[in-house]
Design a protein. Structure first.
Length: 511
Protein backbone atom coordinates (compact mmCIF):
# COMPACT_ATOMS: atom_id res chain seq x y z
CA UNK A 1 0.00 0.00 0.00
CA UNK A 2 2.86 2.31 0.59
CA UNK A 3 4.38 2.34 -2.94
CA UNK A 4 0.94 2.64 -4.53
CA UNK A 5 0.12 5.77 -2.51
CA UNK A 6 3.41 7.30 -3.42
CA UNK A 7 2.84 6.75 -7.11
CA UNK A 8 -0.60 8.26 -6.88
CA UNK A 9 0.73 11.30 -5.22
CA UNK A 10 3.39 11.72 -7.86
CA UNK A 11 0.78 11.45 -10.58
CA UNK A 12 -1.36 14.07 -8.90
CA UNK A 13 1.58 16.43 -8.59
CA UNK A 14 2.47 15.94 -12.21
CA UNK A 15 -1.12 16.73 -13.21
CA UNK A 16 -1.19 19.84 -11.07
CA UNK A 17 2.06 21.06 -12.54
CA UNK A 18 0.72 20.50 -16.04
CA UNK A 19 -2.48 22.36 -15.27
CA UNK A 20 -0.55 25.27 -13.84
CA UNK A 21 1.69 25.39 -16.89
CA UNK A 22 -1.32 25.41 -19.20
CA UNK A 23 -2.94 28.17 -17.17
CA UNK A 24 0.21 30.30 -17.23
CA UNK A 25 0.54 29.82 -20.95
CA UNK A 26 -3.03 30.99 -21.55
CA UNK A 27 -2.58 34.03 -19.32
CA UNK A 28 0.58 34.99 -21.18
CA UNK A 29 -1.21 34.73 -24.47
CA UNK A 30 -4.14 36.83 -23.15
CA UNK A 31 -1.71 39.47 -21.84
CA UNK A 32 0.05 39.58 -25.19
CA UNK A 33 -3.25 39.99 -26.96
CA UNK A 34 -4.37 42.77 -24.54
CA UNK A 35 -1.06 44.57 -25.01
CA UNK A 36 -1.44 44.54 -28.75
CA UNK A 37 -5.00 45.78 -28.48
CA UNK A 38 -3.92 48.64 -26.17
CA UNK A 39 -1.12 49.64 -28.52
CA UNK A 40 -3.53 49.71 -31.44
CA UNK A 41 -6.03 51.89 -29.45
CA UNK A 42 -3.25 54.24 -28.39
CA UNK A 43 -2.10 54.60 -31.95
CA UNK A 44 -5.66 55.28 -33.10
CA UNK A 45 -6.25 57.89 -30.32
CA UNK A 46 -2.99 59.65 -31.18
CA UNK A 47 -4.03 59.83 -34.79
CA UNK A 48 -7.47 61.17 -33.87
CA UNK A 49 -5.88 63.76 -31.52
CA UNK A 50 -3.56 64.96 -34.23
CA UNK A 51 -6.48 65.29 -36.63
CA UNK A 52 -8.56 67.22 -34.00
CA UNK A 53 -5.60 69.47 -33.28
CA UNK A 54 -5.29 70.37 -36.94
CA UNK A 55 -9.01 71.13 -37.14
CA UNK A 56 -8.91 73.34 -34.01
CA UNK A 57 -5.87 75.18 -35.32
CA UNK A 58 -7.63 75.92 -38.58
CA UNK A 59 -10.80 77.04 -36.73
CA UNK A 60 -8.82 79.31 -34.39
CA UNK A 61 -7.07 80.93 -37.33
CA UNK A 62 -10.42 81.55 -39.02
CA UNK A 63 -11.94 83.09 -35.83
CA UNK A 64 -8.85 85.25 -35.28
CA UNK A 65 -9.10 86.52 -38.83
CA UNK A 66 -12.83 87.33 -38.43
CA UNK A 67 -12.22 89.14 -35.14
CA UNK A 68 -9.40 91.17 -36.68
CA UNK A 69 -11.66 92.16 -39.56
CA UNK A 70 -14.39 93.23 -37.07
CA UNK A 71 -11.96 95.29 -35.02
CA UNK A 72 -10.60 96.96 -38.13
CA UNK A 73 -14.15 97.91 -39.21
CA UNK A 74 -14.97 99.28 -35.73
CA UNK A 75 -11.76 101.28 -35.61
CA UNK A 76 -12.50 102.79 -39.02
CA UNK A 77 -16.03 103.67 -37.87
CA UNK A 78 -14.81 105.31 -34.64
CA UNK A 79 -12.19 107.29 -36.52
CA UNK A 80 -14.92 108.53 -38.86
CA UNK A 81 -17.15 109.49 -35.88
CA UNK A 82 -14.24 111.29 -34.20
CA UNK A 83 -13.68 113.21 -37.42
CA UNK A 84 -17.33 114.22 -37.54
CA UNK A 85 -17.29 115.32 -33.85
CA UNK A 86 -14.15 117.31 -34.45
CA UNK A 87 -15.79 119.00 -37.41
CA UNK A 88 -18.87 119.88 -35.32
CA UNK A 89 -16.69 121.29 -32.52
CA UNK A 90 -14.85 123.39 -35.03
CA UNK A 91 -18.14 124.74 -36.32
CA UNK A 92 -19.33 125.49 -32.76
CA UNK A 93 -16.13 127.34 -31.97
CA UNK A 94 -16.61 129.45 -35.06
CA UNK A 95 -20.24 130.16 -34.05
CA UNK A 96 -19.16 131.11 -30.52
CA UNK A 97 -16.55 133.45 -31.90
CA UNK A 98 -19.17 135.14 -34.02
CA UNK A 99 -21.57 135.41 -31.02
CA UNK A 100 -18.84 136.88 -28.81
CA UNK A 101 -18.12 139.48 -31.45
CA UNK A 102 -21.86 140.31 -31.66
CA UNK A 103 -22.09 140.60 -27.84
CA UNK A 104 -19.08 142.89 -27.77
CA UNK A 105 -20.67 145.09 -30.39
CA UNK A 106 -23.96 145.11 -28.41
CA UNK A 107 -22.20 146.01 -25.15
CA UNK A 108 -20.43 148.86 -26.88
CA UNK A 109 -23.78 150.08 -28.21
CA UNK A 110 -25.31 149.84 -24.68
CA UNK A 111 -22.42 151.83 -23.22
CA UNK A 112 -22.97 154.47 -25.86
CA UNK A 113 -26.70 154.57 -25.07
CA UNK A 114 -26.02 154.78 -21.31
CA UNK A 115 -23.74 157.71 -21.90
CA UNK A 116 -26.53 159.36 -23.91
CA UNK A 117 -29.05 158.59 -21.16
CA UNK A 118 -26.77 160.10 -18.53
CA UNK A 119 -26.52 163.26 -20.59
CA UNK A 120 -30.32 163.35 -21.00
CA UNK A 121 -30.81 162.71 -17.25
CA UNK A 122 -28.47 165.55 -16.38
CA UNK A 123 -30.32 167.83 -18.72
CA UNK A 124 -33.70 166.68 -17.32
CA UNK A 125 -32.58 167.30 -13.73
CA UNK A 126 -31.37 170.75 -14.64
CA UNK A 127 -34.68 171.44 -16.38
CA UNK A 128 -36.66 170.11 -13.42
CA UNK A 129 -34.66 172.29 -11.07
CA UNK A 130 -35.45 175.32 -13.19
CA UNK A 131 -39.13 174.31 -13.33
CA UNK A 132 -39.26 173.74 -9.54
CA UNK A 133 -37.72 177.14 -8.95
CA UNK A 134 -40.24 178.72 -11.28
CA UNK A 135 -43.11 176.88 -9.54
CA UNK A 136 -41.90 177.95 -6.11
CA UNK A 137 -41.66 181.53 -7.36
CA UNK A 138 -45.17 181.44 -8.84
CA UNK A 139 -46.82 179.55 -5.92
CA UNK A 140 -44.83 181.38 -3.25
CA UNK A 141 -44.21 177.96 -1.57
CA UNK A 142 -41.12 175.87 -1.10
CA UNK A 143 -41.05 172.22 -2.17
CA UNK A 144 -41.18 171.01 1.45
CA UNK A 145 -44.17 173.22 2.21
CA UNK A 146 -46.00 172.03 -0.91
CA UNK A 147 -45.18 168.41 -0.02
CA UNK A 148 -46.50 168.91 3.51
CA UNK A 149 -49.77 170.41 2.26
CA UNK A 150 -50.18 167.58 -0.24
CA UNK A 151 -49.48 164.90 2.38
CA UNK A 152 -51.92 166.55 4.81
CA UNK A 153 -54.63 166.61 2.16
CA UNK A 154 -53.96 162.98 1.25
CA UNK A 155 -53.92 162.00 4.94
CA UNK A 156 -57.31 163.60 5.54
CA UNK A 157 -58.71 161.93 2.47
CA UNK A 158 -57.30 158.54 3.45
CA UNK A 159 -58.59 158.93 7.03
CA UNK A 160 -62.09 159.75 5.80
CA UNK A 161 -62.01 156.91 3.32
CA UNK A 162 -60.68 154.55 6.02
CA UNK A 163 -63.40 155.57 8.45
CA UNK A 164 -66.02 155.09 5.77
CA UNK A 165 -64.72 151.64 4.88
CA UNK A 166 -64.42 150.65 8.53
CA UNK A 167 -68.04 151.66 9.05
CA UNK A 168 -69.10 149.67 5.98
CA UNK A 169 -67.18 146.64 7.24
CA UNK A 170 -68.72 147.00 10.69
CA UNK A 171 -72.18 147.14 9.15
CA UNK A 172 -71.42 144.06 7.07
CA UNK A 173 -70.11 142.17 10.10
CA UNK A 174 -73.14 143.22 12.16
CA UNK A 175 -75.45 142.06 9.38
CA UNK A 176 -73.81 138.64 9.02
CA UNK A 177 -71.98 137.68 12.19
CA UNK A 178 -74.14 139.54 14.70
CA UNK A 179 -77.33 137.49 14.38
CA UNK A 180 -75.37 134.25 14.37
CA UNK A 181 -73.39 135.20 17.49
CA UNK A 182 -76.52 136.42 19.30
CA UNK A 183 -78.28 133.18 18.47
CA UNK A 184 -75.42 131.06 19.80
CA UNK A 185 -75.11 133.08 23.01
CA UNK A 186 -78.86 133.21 23.57
CA UNK A 187 -79.14 129.47 23.06
CA UNK A 188 -76.30 128.83 25.51
CA UNK A 189 -77.83 131.11 28.14
CA UNK A 190 -81.29 129.61 27.74
CA UNK A 191 -79.98 126.06 27.96
CA UNK A 192 -78.11 126.74 31.18
CA UNK A 193 -79.49 129.07 33.82
CA UNK A 194 -78.41 129.51 37.41
CA UNK A 195 -79.78 131.11 40.50
CA UNK A 196 -79.23 134.70 41.53
CA UNK A 197 -76.47 134.90 44.13
CA UNK A 198 -75.62 137.42 46.83
CA UNK A 199 -72.30 138.19 48.45
CA UNK A 200 -71.94 137.78 52.18
CA UNK A 201 -69.09 138.20 54.62
CA UNK A 202 -70.79 137.02 57.79
CA UNK A 203 -72.23 133.78 59.15
CA UNK A 204 -74.67 133.37 61.99
CA UNK A 205 -74.42 130.62 64.63
CA UNK A 206 -77.57 129.90 66.61
CA UNK A 207 -77.18 129.38 70.35
CA UNK A 208 -79.76 127.95 72.76
CA UNK A 209 -79.81 130.89 75.20
CA UNK A 210 -78.00 134.04 76.22
CA UNK A 211 -76.11 132.16 78.93
CA UNK A 212 -74.15 130.48 76.17
CA UNK A 213 -72.84 133.90 75.10
CA UNK A 214 -71.10 134.17 78.48
CA UNK A 215 -69.47 130.77 78.03
CA UNK A 216 -68.28 131.74 74.56
CA UNK A 217 -66.74 134.93 75.94
CA UNK A 218 -65.18 133.10 78.89
CA UNK A 219 -63.49 134.47 81.96
CA UNK A 220 -61.97 137.82 81.07
CA UNK A 221 -62.63 137.02 77.38
CA UNK A 222 -60.13 134.17 77.11
CA UNK A 223 -62.46 131.84 75.18
CA UNK A 224 -63.45 134.37 72.54
CA UNK A 225 -59.80 135.41 72.11
CA UNK A 226 -58.78 131.76 71.72
CA UNK A 227 -61.47 131.20 69.07
CA UNK A 228 -60.50 134.32 67.12
CA UNK A 229 -56.79 133.47 67.33
CA UNK A 230 -57.30 129.87 66.18
CA UNK A 231 -59.64 130.70 63.30
CA UNK A 232 -58.68 134.22 62.23
CA UNK A 233 -62.23 135.56 62.35
CA UNK A 234 -64.09 138.15 64.37
CA UNK A 235 -66.89 137.05 66.67
CA UNK A 236 -69.63 139.64 67.13
CA UNK A 237 -71.66 139.07 70.30
CA UNK A 238 -74.28 141.79 70.51
CA UNK A 239 -77.86 142.14 71.65
CA UNK A 240 -79.18 139.83 68.93
CA UNK A 241 -81.05 137.12 70.77
CA UNK A 242 -79.90 133.51 70.46
CA UNK A 243 -77.27 134.25 67.80
CA UNK A 244 -73.54 134.92 67.43
CA UNK A 245 -72.17 136.50 64.25
CA UNK A 246 -68.95 135.24 62.65
CA UNK A 247 -67.35 137.92 60.45
CA UNK A 248 -64.47 137.36 58.02
CA UNK A 249 -63.70 138.12 54.37
CA UNK A 250 -62.04 134.71 53.94
CA UNK A 251 -64.98 132.32 53.44
CA UNK A 252 -62.93 129.20 54.27
CA UNK A 253 -61.84 130.53 57.64
CA UNK A 254 -65.38 131.77 58.29
CA UNK A 255 -66.79 128.31 57.59
CA UNK A 256 -64.18 126.64 59.84
CA UNK A 257 -65.07 129.04 62.63
CA UNK A 258 -68.79 128.45 62.14
CA UNK A 259 -68.41 124.66 62.33
CA UNK A 260 -66.06 124.84 65.32
CA UNK A 261 -68.34 127.23 67.21
CA UNK A 262 -71.42 125.11 66.43
CA UNK A 263 -69.62 122.04 67.74
CA UNK A 264 -68.59 123.87 70.93
CA UNK A 265 -72.13 125.14 71.51
CA UNK A 266 -73.57 121.64 71.10
CA UNK A 267 -70.96 120.11 73.40
CA UNK A 268 -71.26 122.86 76.02
CA UNK A 269 -67.63 122.53 77.15
CA UNK A 270 -65.86 125.67 76.03
CA UNK A 271 -62.25 126.22 77.07
CA UNK A 272 -58.99 126.87 75.14
CA UNK A 273 -57.96 123.19 74.83
CA UNK A 274 -61.41 122.15 73.63
CA UNK A 275 -61.43 125.10 71.23
CA UNK A 276 -58.19 123.93 69.57
CA UNK A 277 -59.58 120.39 69.17
CA UNK A 278 -62.83 121.69 67.66
CA UNK A 279 -61.00 123.98 65.23
CA UNK A 280 -58.71 121.14 64.08
CA UNK A 281 -61.70 118.87 63.53
CA UNK A 282 -63.57 121.63 61.69
CA UNK A 283 -60.57 122.16 59.37
CA UNK A 284 -60.56 118.46 58.44
CA UNK A 285 -64.30 118.53 57.83
CA UNK A 286 -64.06 121.62 55.63
CA UNK A 287 -61.20 120.12 53.61
CA UNK A 288 -63.20 116.92 53.06
CA UNK A 289 -66.26 118.98 52.16
CA UNK A 290 -64.28 121.05 49.64
CA UNK A 291 -62.84 117.92 47.99
CA UNK A 292 -66.30 116.33 47.77
CA UNK A 293 -67.69 119.57 46.35
CA UNK A 294 -64.91 119.72 43.74
CA UNK A 295 -65.54 116.13 42.63
CA UNK A 296 -69.27 116.76 42.42
CA UNK A 297 -68.69 119.98 40.45
CA UNK A 298 -66.38 118.21 38.00
CA UNK A 299 -68.96 115.49 37.47
CA UNK A 300 -71.72 118.06 36.99
CA UNK A 301 -69.63 119.99 34.46
CA UNK A 302 -68.63 116.80 32.62
CA UNK A 303 -64.90 117.31 33.25
CA UNK A 304 -63.21 114.00 34.00
CA UNK A 305 -59.71 112.68 34.80
CA UNK A 306 -58.48 115.75 36.66
CA UNK A 307 -55.52 115.32 38.98
CA UNK A 308 -56.52 115.00 42.68
CA UNK A 309 -54.30 117.96 43.58
CA UNK A 310 -56.15 120.16 41.11
CA UNK A 311 -59.47 119.08 42.63
CA UNK A 312 -58.09 119.80 46.08
CA UNK A 313 -57.24 123.37 45.09
CA UNK A 314 -60.46 123.81 43.11
CA UNK A 315 -62.54 122.76 46.12
CA UNK A 316 -61.59 125.97 47.93
CA UNK A 317 -63.72 127.87 45.40
CA UNK A 318 -66.82 126.45 47.08
CA UNK A 319 -66.51 129.22 49.67
CA UNK A 320 -65.18 131.91 47.31
CA UNK A 321 -67.45 134.57 45.81
CA UNK A 322 -66.88 137.29 43.22
CA UNK A 323 -69.28 140.24 43.26
CA UNK A 324 -71.73 137.99 45.08
CA UNK A 325 -71.42 135.12 42.59
CA UNK A 326 -70.13 131.81 43.93
CA UNK A 327 -66.96 131.05 41.97
CA UNK A 328 -67.50 127.27 41.90
CA UNK A 329 -71.02 127.67 40.50
CA UNK A 330 -69.65 130.27 38.10
CA UNK A 331 -66.98 127.79 36.94
CA UNK A 332 -69.56 125.05 36.32
CA UNK A 333 -71.75 127.50 34.43
CA UNK A 334 -68.81 128.72 32.34
CA UNK A 335 -67.86 125.13 31.47
CA UNK A 336 -71.37 124.37 30.19
CA UNK A 337 -71.63 127.60 28.19
CA UNK A 338 -68.14 127.14 26.67
CA UNK A 339 -68.98 123.56 25.64
CA UNK A 340 -72.23 124.71 23.99
CA UNK A 341 -70.51 127.49 22.04
CA UNK A 342 -67.64 125.19 21.00
CA UNK A 343 -70.10 122.57 19.77
CA UNK A 344 -71.99 125.19 17.74
CA UNK A 345 -68.90 126.51 15.91
CA UNK A 346 -67.01 123.21 15.59
CA UNK A 347 -64.21 123.86 18.10
CA UNK A 348 -62.68 121.34 20.54
CA UNK A 349 -65.48 120.78 23.06
CA UNK A 350 -63.33 119.04 25.69
CA UNK A 351 -60.69 121.78 25.73
CA UNK A 352 -63.33 124.52 25.92
CA UNK A 353 -65.25 122.70 28.67
CA UNK A 354 -62.18 122.03 30.82
CA UNK A 355 -60.77 125.52 30.20
CA UNK A 356 -64.07 127.08 31.28
CA UNK A 357 -64.22 124.85 34.36
CA UNK A 358 -60.68 125.71 35.50
CA UNK A 359 -60.42 129.32 34.30
CA UNK A 360 -60.75 130.76 37.84
CA UNK A 361 -58.60 128.06 39.50
CA UNK A 362 -56.05 130.68 40.56
CA UNK A 363 -58.63 132.51 42.70
CA UNK A 364 -58.39 129.68 45.23
CA UNK A 365 -54.82 130.69 46.14
CA UNK A 366 -54.38 134.21 44.70
CA UNK A 367 -54.15 135.61 48.25
CA UNK A 368 -51.25 133.25 48.97
CA UNK A 369 -49.28 133.41 45.68
CA UNK A 370 -48.07 136.53 43.92
CA UNK A 371 -49.55 137.21 40.49
CA UNK A 372 -52.91 137.41 38.76
CA UNK A 373 -55.36 134.56 39.19
CA UNK A 374 -55.23 133.77 35.45
CA UNK A 375 -51.44 133.31 35.53
CA UNK A 376 -51.55 131.39 38.82
CA UNK A 377 -54.27 129.05 37.55
CA UNK A 378 -52.32 128.31 34.35
CA UNK A 379 -49.17 127.49 36.32
CA UNK A 380 -51.10 125.13 38.62
CA UNK A 381 -52.64 123.41 35.59
CA UNK A 382 -49.25 122.97 33.91
CA UNK A 383 -47.72 121.66 37.13
CA UNK A 384 -50.21 118.80 37.23
CA UNK A 385 -49.90 117.91 33.51
CA UNK A 386 -53.05 119.48 32.11
CA UNK A 387 -53.06 119.95 28.31
CA UNK A 388 -51.25 123.06 27.11
CA UNK A 389 -54.33 124.19 25.16
CA UNK A 390 -56.34 124.18 28.40
CA UNK A 391 -53.60 126.01 30.34
CA UNK A 392 -53.44 128.62 27.56
CA UNK A 393 -57.21 129.15 27.75
CA UNK A 394 -56.88 129.69 31.52
CA UNK A 395 -54.10 132.30 31.28
CA UNK A 396 -55.69 134.13 28.33
CA UNK A 397 -59.27 134.48 29.62
CA UNK A 398 -58.58 138.06 30.79
CA UNK A 399 -56.36 138.86 27.77
CA UNK A 400 -53.25 139.12 29.94
CA UNK A 401 -51.85 136.77 27.27
CA UNK A 402 -52.93 137.11 23.64
CA UNK A 403 -55.49 134.34 22.91
CA UNK A 404 -53.99 131.98 20.36
CA UNK A 405 -56.72 129.37 19.94
CA UNK A 406 -60.48 129.44 19.27
CA UNK A 407 -61.03 127.62 22.54
CA UNK A 408 -59.30 130.41 24.51
CA UNK A 409 -61.61 132.99 22.94
CA UNK A 410 -64.62 130.77 23.69
CA UNK A 411 -63.62 130.58 27.37
CA UNK A 412 -63.39 134.40 27.46
CA UNK A 413 -66.89 134.65 25.96
CA UNK A 414 -68.36 132.06 28.32
CA UNK A 415 -66.80 133.80 31.34
CA UNK A 416 -68.32 137.12 30.25
CA UNK A 417 -71.73 135.55 29.61
CA UNK A 418 -71.77 133.83 33.00
CA UNK A 419 -70.64 136.94 34.86
CA UNK A 420 -72.69 139.42 32.87
CA UNK A 421 -76.09 137.71 32.83
CA UNK A 422 -78.82 139.44 34.86
CA UNK A 423 -78.70 138.53 38.53
CA UNK A 424 -75.32 136.84 38.36
CA UNK A 425 -73.36 139.49 40.20
CA UNK A 426 -73.87 142.62 42.19
CA UNK A 427 -71.64 145.52 43.06
CA UNK A 428 -71.33 147.68 46.09
CA UNK A 429 -72.84 151.14 45.72
CA UNK A 430 -69.42 152.75 45.94
CA UNK A 431 -67.92 150.61 43.15
CA UNK A 432 -71.02 151.11 41.04
CA UNK A 433 -70.90 154.92 41.25
CA UNK A 434 -67.14 154.92 40.66
CA UNK A 435 -67.55 152.85 37.49
CA UNK A 436 -70.19 155.25 36.13
CA UNK A 437 -67.95 158.23 36.84
CA UNK A 438 -64.99 156.58 35.12
CA UNK A 439 -67.10 155.89 32.04
CA UNK A 440 -68.24 159.50 31.78
CA UNK A 441 -64.70 160.80 32.44
CA UNK A 442 -63.22 158.65 29.65
CA UNK A 443 -65.76 160.03 27.17
CA UNK A 444 -65.42 163.70 28.14
CA UNK A 445 -61.63 163.58 27.75
CA UNK A 446 -61.99 163.44 23.96
CA UNK A 447 -61.89 166.64 21.94
CA UNK A 448 -65.28 167.84 20.66
CA UNK A 449 -67.32 166.02 23.34
CA UNK A 450 -69.87 168.27 25.00
CA UNK A 451 -71.27 165.86 27.63
CA UNK A 452 -71.53 162.12 28.41
CA UNK A 453 -74.09 160.11 30.34
CA UNK A 454 -73.69 156.56 31.67
CA UNK A 455 -77.09 154.83 31.55
CA UNK A 456 -78.57 151.34 31.79
CA UNK A 457 -76.63 150.63 35.01
CA UNK A 458 -73.36 151.33 33.26
CA UNK A 459 -74.11 149.05 30.30
CA UNK A 460 -74.33 152.00 27.89
CA UNK A 461 -72.76 155.43 27.60
CA UNK A 462 -74.22 158.17 25.41
CA UNK A 463 -71.92 160.93 24.23
CA UNK A 464 -73.11 164.31 22.96
CA UNK A 465 -70.62 166.00 20.59
CA UNK A 466 -70.44 169.55 19.26
CA UNK A 467 -71.60 169.42 15.64
CA UNK A 468 -69.45 172.38 14.57
CA UNK A 469 -66.29 170.56 15.75
CA UNK A 470 -67.08 166.91 14.93
CA UNK A 471 -68.44 165.66 11.61
CA UNK A 472 -70.15 162.31 10.99
CA UNK A 473 -66.94 160.44 10.35
CA UNK A 474 -65.40 162.04 13.43
CA UNK A 475 -68.35 160.81 15.50
CA UNK A 476 -67.65 157.27 14.29
CA UNK A 477 -63.99 157.62 15.23
CA UNK A 478 -64.89 158.92 18.71
CA UNK A 479 -67.21 155.95 19.29
CA UNK A 480 -64.50 153.51 18.27
CA UNK A 481 -61.75 155.26 20.28
CA UNK A 482 -63.91 155.51 23.43
CA UNK A 483 -64.79 151.80 23.26
CA UNK A 484 -61.12 150.89 22.85
CA UNK A 485 -60.09 153.06 25.81
CA UNK A 486 -62.82 151.51 27.97
CA UNK A 487 -61.54 148.04 27.06
CA UNK A 488 -57.96 149.00 27.91
CA UNK A 489 -58.54 150.86 31.19
CA UNK A 490 -61.59 149.32 32.88
CA UNK A 491 -62.76 145.94 34.16
CA UNK A 492 -66.44 145.12 33.81
CA UNK A 493 -68.69 142.12 33.19
CA UNK A 494 -70.43 141.75 29.85
CA UNK A 495 -70.20 144.63 27.37
CA UNK A 496 -70.71 148.41 27.30
CA UNK A 497 -72.48 150.08 24.39
CA UNK A 498 -71.01 153.41 23.21
CA UNK A 499 -73.42 155.73 21.39
CA UNK A 500 -72.28 159.08 19.96
CA UNK A 501 -75.03 161.63 19.22
CA UNK A 502 -74.37 164.49 16.79
CA UNK A 503 -77.23 166.89 16.20
CA UNK A 504 -77.42 169.85 13.83
CA UNK A 505 -80.24 172.36 14.24
CA UNK A 506 -81.25 175.12 11.79
CA UNK A 507 -83.26 177.99 13.33
CA UNK A 508 -84.94 180.94 11.58
CA UNK A 509 -87.50 183.50 12.73
CA UNK A 510 -90.54 184.57 10.73
CA UNK A 511 -91.36 188.22 11.33
Amino acid sequence: MGPAITVGLVVIVILLVGAIAVLLTRRQQAATTSLQTAEEQATRLIAEAQTKQKELTVQAREENLALRNTLDAEIRERRAEAARVEQRLTQKEENLDRKVEAIDRREQGMRDREAGIDRLRTEAEALRGRQQGELERVANLTADEARGQLLAAIEDEVREEGSRRVREMEKEVEATAGPRARKILATAIQRYTSEVTAETTVSVVQIPNDEMKGRIIGREGRNIRAIEAATGVDLIIDDTPDAVTVSCFDPVRREIARLALSSLVQDGRIHPTRIEESVSKAKREVEATMLDAAEAAAAEAGVLNLHPEILKVFGRLRYRTSYGQNVMRHSIETAHIAAMIAREIGADVDVARTGGFLHDLGKAVDHEVEGTHAHIGAEIARRWRVKEAIAHAIEAHHEEVEPGTPEAIIVMMADSVSGGRPGARRESLENYIKRLQNLEQIATDFKGVESAFAIQAGREIRIIVRPEQVDDLGAMRIARDVSQKIEETMEYPGQIKVTVVRETRATEYAR
